[in-house]
Design a protein around this ligand. Sequence first.
Ligand code: SAM
Ligand code: DTB
Ligand code: SF4
Length: 328
Amino acid sequence: MQETAIRVQARKPAPATVPERWSVTGIEALFDLPFTELLFQAQTVHRQHFDPTEVQLSTLLSIKTGGCPEDCSYCPQAARYDTGVEASKLMEPEAVLDAARRAQAAGATRFCMGAAWRGPKDRDVEKVAELISAVKSLGLETCATLGLLEDGHAETLQEAGLDYYNHNIDTAPDKYGDIISTRQYEDRLDTLQRVRGAGVKVCCGGIVGMGETRSQRAGLVAALANLDPYPESVPINNLVQVEGTPLHGQDKLDPLEFVRTIAVARITMPTSRVRLSAGRQQLGEAVQTLCFAAGANSIFYGDKLLTTGNPDVQADRELLDKLGMTTS
Ligand code: SAM
Ligand code: DTB
Ligand code: SF4
């Protein structure tokens, strides 16, 4: 068979400093495109900034699980919901390092440490800073997601070697109050500002499949794309429905609508890593493949997310091999 695959040269992403301003209606118009047209536009943008055959691998570790005082209605770690997740203390450095070494040996290039806090106390930040330095010294990129940050926290984490801070806006601003009542959307923006101010790269995305309308999915993407600059890393989660959480039993999102969301994120945030995040197990191989074709170029890689399942490493390797994808 004739070799027809054209390997597109990766270009260094342009700095995301002069974002286009996106209106919700402009983004809804992208969602409304015929599927093949939307995918073509997303692929075109993708190829202008990245090698479309390459996927970045990030591994998650829950360094402090459960017992969280917040009421995020999707989350199995909120203390108020009976989900069977046991609360635990912050992990010891040696155990975190072991997990980071294993992730690196399996091929991950970024290690993301998550804590079920509303936000860390000063003492917690000191301890997490030690974990970050240790993980960074292995040669991995570092990411942390610890909740709302206060004065000085982002700077301490930056000095320890933090590359990315994950802090999701989760849903459209006009949907936020339906999902979380213990904090405001603006509190999230304030922490994102602190992260930027300290010179740490921003990982910020959201969850779809929480009963939002298409217009609200467009609102989520608009809010992300209009951050100035827009996030370097954009995790798009498909709600993992956990028994005991208020969102368990929610109508499931049409998988093709998930693919559309990925495509629209790619078009509106051309130089970002768009990451297939929670919910990959439920998507299956064919839909994930469409997501890669729509411009997704990162995944959470490893047998577990924070408390829920993820495709195992072997299955991911087989899928990526089958698709002829390379990893970084
Ligand atoms: N407690 C911190 C916070 O909320 O920022 C950090 C950890 S929290 C678990 C990180 C993110 O995980 C949330 O913002 C949400 O987007 C995602 N997440 C949590 N539970 C999820 C679920 N059941 N399905 C999909 N995404 C989920
Ligand atoms: C993100 O956007 N998704 C990840 C990561 N950032 C921290 C977390 C997904 C959590 C899914 C539910 C769980 O495993 O507890
Ligand atoms: Fe707590 Fe984060 Fe879960 Fe919300 S998403 S309940 S803040 S761990």
